[in-house]
Design a binder for this molecule. Structure first.
Ligand SMILES: [Mg+2]
Length: 303
């Protein structure tokens, strides 16, 4: 298979697998032994990532009104996917006539959310615009605005999309350099909290103490307490998709989302062939997700 195509598919399948593994984390170490029980059912993270991909494909690019409608349509078909309280409130407002970029501003007393919901679903943007950083940032933030108005939530989405784009473009036949990867990310971010966290990521690269990693990087639902943690999980285990996602979900906290974001970056780096077959085979709607990745690849080729 074409290597870039393999990486597109690896990214979206990897994200869904990380989500599904994280869903199963219940506070005890999730090991390979649990593979037999891997059911492959994913949560809102993947459900919304699918919505982002569907809308980008149908509109051949970003259209906020359309994407919001796709989110709403998908949510109404499967509201049991583990959505937080914010998105359904936004969906109701949009359905009642509020503009797609306005509704999310009304959450949290007008501050908007800085949760990781804009980042957890952004992988298709990182794929489609991997060759154009300015456009990648613009669309990552714009898709975020449908549900997340706070600038830290939007920058988290942009950072995650850029990490996917970088991982996608690295040629795996050369030695991987986590330091130059991080230097690129640090130059990309605007907010001090992300720059600070990315410095921490570098300091902790050889740290064996998982509690310290959680304490310093975070594993919460805030974008700045989870996007850097996913980047760290990938870098810490850059040679193995399996090791990276298992490490990520075993950090606990918001395990499905951190698993999804780690899986997206690691899958974009390694490609689909590097993802254990027993996980791929157990994944819910695997063929649909693969098709979305292939279509994104086709569109990206034409840009
Ligand atoms: Mg979830």
């Amino acid at each position: 298979m074409d290597s870039l195509k393999s990486k597109f598919i690896g990214c979206l399948i990897g994200s869904a697998i990380g989500d599904a593994l994280g869903r199963r984390f219940e506070g005890h170490w999730l090991s390979d032994a649990l593979d037999q029980e891997f059911m492959g059912r994913w949560t809102d993270d993947t459900h919304m990532m699918i919505g982002v991909a569907e809308s980008l494909i149908e509109m051949k690019g970003f259209d906020g009104e359309h994407m919001a409608r796709v989110f709403i349509r998908n949510y109404e078909m499967e509201p049991w996917r583990g959505y937080a309280s914010g998105p359904p409130r936004v969906f109701r407002m949009i359905k009642s006539g509020v503009r797609w970029a306005e509704a999310s501003k009304r959450l949290f007393g007008g501050a908007g959310s800085y949760g990781n919901g804009a980042a957890m679903r952004v992988a298709p943007v990182g794929l489609l615009y991997h060759h154009d950083i300015a456009k990648l940032r613009e669309v990552a933030e714009a898709q975020g605005k449908i549900t997340h108005a706070h600038e830290l939530g939007l920058e988290g989405a942009a950072l995650q999309a850029y990490a996917v784009a970088l991982a996608l473009q690295i040629d795996r036949s050369f030695d991987f350099d986590p330091h130059s990867f991080l230097a690129n990310l640090r130059n990309f971010v605007h907010h001090e909290i992300y720059r600070f966290k990315l410095v921490k990521v570098e300091e902790l690269l050889s740290c064996e103490d998982r509690k310290r990693v959680v304490r310093e990087l975070g594993h919460g639902i805030e974008a700045f307490n989870s996007v850097p943690t996913a980047i760290y999980s990938f870098l810490r285990h850059s040679r193995s998709f399996q090791d990276a996602v298992l490490y990520a979900v075993n950090l606990g906290g918001d395990a499905d989302t951190i698993g999804a974001m780690t899986g997206a970056i690691s899958g974009a780096y390694h490609g689909i062939e590097a993802i254990p077959e027993r996980w791929r085979n157990g994944l819910e709607r695997k063929d649909d997700i693969e098709k979305l990745a292939e279509k994104l690849w086709e569109i990206a080729k034409g840009f």
